[in-house]
Each structure stands twice: as C-alpha cells, then as structure tokens.
Ligand binder design. Structure first.
Ligand SMILES: C[S@@+](CC[C@H](N)C(=O)[O-])C[C@H]1O[C@@H](n2cnc3c(N)ncnc32)[C@H](O)[C@@H]1O
Length: 489
C-alpha cells in the first residue's frame, strides 16, 4: 500500500496537471514536491515533540501536501496524539484535492480532525488576530507553509491593515509568515519555504525585526541546486526553509543544513547565533570557512552610521548627458570616471584607449549637482563580471578638481565632500580584502554591488582604518595587525 505522502503527492501532481504548468505564474500554485514537504515536516517536528495535542495551521494549503507530511511525521514521532488542522486556501479549484488529502490524513492518523477555510489568509489572519490572541488556547502549536510569492504594494488595503498590527511587509509571503507567527502559541513552531530575499536588504528590515524580536530562528535549510527543488514547476528563485519559534528567548546556536536537492543527504552544522544574525542581516554560513569569516568580521563593530562617511551612486547617466560628455578636454571640462577607468585598485584617468568619453562639461563650472568637489574619495565599481576575482573593487580617487562620476560607480564621501586621505586609503584596504569579498558573497547572490549593499557592511573604526593605511604590511596582514593592536572598534 502506498504511504500517505505518496498519495498526497499524487493529488498534487493531478492538480498541477489540471492547472497546466504555463498557468502557474498567475495562479501561484507552486506546490511543494513530496521530498521537500517531508524534509520540512522533519525540521518542524523534533524526535520527541512533548505535546499532549497538536493544533496545526496550513495557510495557502493548496492540495494539502504539507499537512500530509506533518501528519506522516507525527505518526512516527507522536502516534495517537490528537491533531486538529486548520487549512486555509482561497482557490476553489484546490479544494477537492485538499479535502481528499485531509480525509486521507484522518483515516491514516486516526485521532485527526480538520477544518478547511476557503478564505484569503491575510484577511483571515488580520481579523483572526483579535480572536486568536485571547485566549491563547485558540492559537496553534505548529504551522507549515509554502506561501504565495507575489508583491504586496503599499497601496493595497491589506498592507494598510497589516501596518496597524505592526507588520510592515513588501510581499505576500512575508505577510503570511508574520501573521502565522502571530497566531502561534508561545513556544509554538513554524516552518516556511520562501524566497531567500527576506534575509537581507532594506525592504525586509522591518519584517526581520518583527520576526526576531517576537521569536527566534532555530533552523535554516538551503539547497545547492535551485533547479531541483521545484523541478516540476520550474521555479528558479533561490528558496530557503526557515524554522522559527514564537519564543523571544535568545538561542545560542542555529542549525544550518544544506543539501543538493531535497532527497539528497543533508549535512547539518550548529552555528553560533552571532554568526548568523548580525546587523539585522541573516547570513547562512554553510561551511567552516563561512563561519570563520563571519566570526573574524565580528571584530569590526562599526556600522556606516557610526562613521564620518557614507556611500552614494555617481550621478552621470551617460546616454542622457551626451551633449555634456567629450573625448577631449576643454577649459571648462572635468574628469568623468567610469568603471573602465579602474585598473585593479587604482583609477587611471584619462584612459586614452577607452571608447567612453573621458570629460564632462558642467552646466556652470563647479555648480553642476552631478559633480563632486575636489578631495579624497573611495570609488567602488557597481558591476563585476562572474569571472572577476572579486565582487567589490575599490580605489582611492584623489581629485584636485571637480569630478563627474558615472552612475555605474559608487563613491564614499563625507557629506558630499572628500575625506581624510588615510581614512580613504584604509577604507580601500578594507573593502578590497578577501574577507569582505567572502562576506559580500554570503549575503548577496548578485554580481551587482549597490550603495545599499555597501551601507550594510561591517566597518572598523576611523582610527583602525587610518592605522591600516599607515601600515607597511600587505593588506590582509595589515588588517589583522590593526585588529590585534587597536582592539575592537
Ligand atoms: C505556493 S502554493 C503552496 C500550496 C501548498 N501549501 C503546497 O505546499 O503545495 C500557495 C497556495 O496559496 C494559495 N493562496 C494564494 N494566495 C492566497 C491567499 N491570499 N489566501 C489563501 N491562500 C492563498 C494558492 O492558491 C496556493 O494554493
């Protein structure tokens, strides 16, 4: 006889076939394949769950495969424990398969009841918040979800209502996570498979704060192969599985696991909390080297807001400024710097063999808002090719005249002006270091380096940056030496 999970997998595949792969983008029915559901259920429910009865929430339940996976897991680790499932699904088309799967769960597990709510989970969660908050017994012990991934515009009515509950989210999946998290009993656990995008970046900062101030991340699972996770629905987005608990007591370690695809062997590492969650960014150190780099960098304790400089993007968009750009200098022109003017960690200007015009004529010398005044700046290329050795390439630009910067160049400055030369040189050493490059790759899957990314890096203090600049040692040794001699920033 086939297993509960195999039978629910059949319901899932039937539903996918009737929707048609070509319609999935619109209808958000990227159902979870059985091996991923099984992995999630294993992560959600520990070996010895110590629960007298279980209330399980499955928001955006689809064909019910996630509930089937949890039910199968509970059959092994908590046989006979009463289970009540609340499955929420807004699409009528999924309801027949959902019912078949939940009835199958009831037959297989025995002590199993369920309710199907054909509703929008966001609306339900918003209105249920009051109902579920009191008394706590109405809330859930467990939640398992693969929420829909579409954007939630700020103008959407649901977005406004979520804000009233303290939930600021740019995407439906984060709304599902936040609401479900609020509906957990204290100590309840939730497992979610989502895009990785919420782990960093400013758009999800409020969401990360919300989740980690009211609960904790306990486990993270990543897949080495994007293609294989949702192979039959052809999703290429980088997905991640996160287990959270509704318990704000700090955890010292987080379990990080990785597998090639869902059925492949999983390697699990326990990683210090401080190596995962730092500066309101969630890192996923999957190797010893990753963890060493994060530990090492935790000595740089300044954020950019503590420092006398910030970073912006160059203001010249060349195709919009053609009448102001020239190949030959004129009495009124100033240097125009492109990424192509970088040669390793130095800026060469003018570059005679470049097709790009090397000179810019301001509208009125010195008063053009696109220019930066004379002074010392650190320039960083915004794009690197996959083949390039480093993602971040920084160089000091010592400008004795006004300068125009192409918008494919970021620049560190002090309130729009230049900065102390030693600070600039030290900053350049820091940004070009191997560890910063490794760190950058840990939180960004992109080859693009935006000013917002640079604002999120850890930095040494000004005294440490200046000491790095004055050191006679090789860059990496200089950094090590400065941390040893000048301590933490
Ligand atoms: C990515 S699928 C996952 C389905 C199922 N949980 C699984 O893992 O296979 C998301 C499901 O959420 C449903 N859905 C989308 N928006 C919803 C909403 N606002 N409220 C409730 N369900 C929603 C979709 O119809 C779809 O079945």
């Amino acid at each position: 006889m086939s297993s509960l999970l195999q039978r629910s997998e059949k319901q899932r595949v039937d539903a996918l076939n009737s929707i048609g792969i070509e319609n999935l983008g619109v209808s958000e029915q990227f159902f979870t394949p059985a091996p991923v559901a099984e992995l999630m259920a294993r992560m959600l429910v520990p070996e010895n769950p110590q629960l007298g009865s279980i209330k399980l929430l499955d928001p955006g339940a689809g064909t019910g495969i996630l509930t089937a996976a949890v039910t199968a897991r509970l059959g092994k680790v908590a046989p006979g424990v009463p289970v009540h499932v609340t499955a929420v699904e807004k699409e009528s088309a999924q309801l027949p398969q959902l019912r078949v799967t939940l009835e199958d769960c009831a037959r297989t597990h025995g002590n199993f009841t369920f309710e199907i709510k054909k509703e929008d989970f966001i609306d339900l969660g918003i209105s249920a918040h009051g109902i579920f908050a009191e008394p706590q017994t109405n809330r859930f012990d467990l939640c398992i979800q693969n929420p829909p991934y579409s954007k939630l515009p700020a103008s959407d009515r649901r977005s406004q209502e979520l804000k009233k509950l303290g939930i600021h989210v740019p995407n439906i999946y984060a709304a599902f996570m936040a609401l479900a998290h609020k509906l957990l009993k204290p100590g309840g656990a939730m497992i979610s498979i989502t895009p990785r995008s919420w782990y960093n970046g400013p758009y999800f900062a409020a969401f990360r704060n919300f989740l980690t101030s009211t609960g904790q991340i306990t486990d993270i699972h990543t897949f080495e192969s994007r293609r294989k996770v949702f192979a039959d629905t052809k999703i290429l987005q980088e997905t991640i599985i996160t287990r959270t608990v509704a318990d704000p007591t700090p955890v010292s370690e987080i379990a990080i696991s990785t597998s090639h695809a869902a059925n492949d062997p999983t390697s699990v590492r326990k990683v210090a909390f401080s190596s995962v969650f730092s500066g309101n960014v969630i890192f996923v150190p999957t190797s010893n080297r990753d963890e060493q780099v994060l530990q090492w960098l935790s000595r740089a304790t300044s954020t950019i807001s503590d420092l006398p400089f910030t970073v912006s993007t160059g203001k010249v968009i060349d195709f919009r400024s053609r009448e102001q750009t020239f190949s030959q200098p004129s009495p009124r022109s100033v240097p125009l710097i492109y990424p192509a003017n970088f040669s390793r960690e130095t800026i060469h200007h003018p570059q005679v063999n470049l097709k790009k015009p090397q000179w810019f004529e301001p509208t009125q010398a010195g008063e053009d808002k696109k220019l930066i005044p004379p002074g010392n700046y650190v320039l960083v290329k915004r794009f690197s090719s996959k083949e390039e050795f480093r993602r971040i390439t920084a160089a000091v630009w010592q400008a004795d005249t006004f300068t125009a910067l192409d918008n494919k160049v970021n620049f560190f400055h002090s309130g729009g002006h230049g900065m102390n030369l030693d600070t600039a040189k030290g900053l350049c050493i820091w940004l070009n270091s191997d560890r910063i490059d490794h760190f950058f790759r840990l939180f960004s899957g992109h080859t693009q380096v935006n000013a917002t990314d640079l604002r999120m890096l850890p930095y040494p203090s000004v005294a440490q940056l200046q000491a790095m600049a004055r050191s006679n040692m090789e860059a990496e040794d200089a950094i090590e030496q400065v941390f040893k001699s000048l301590g933490e920033s």
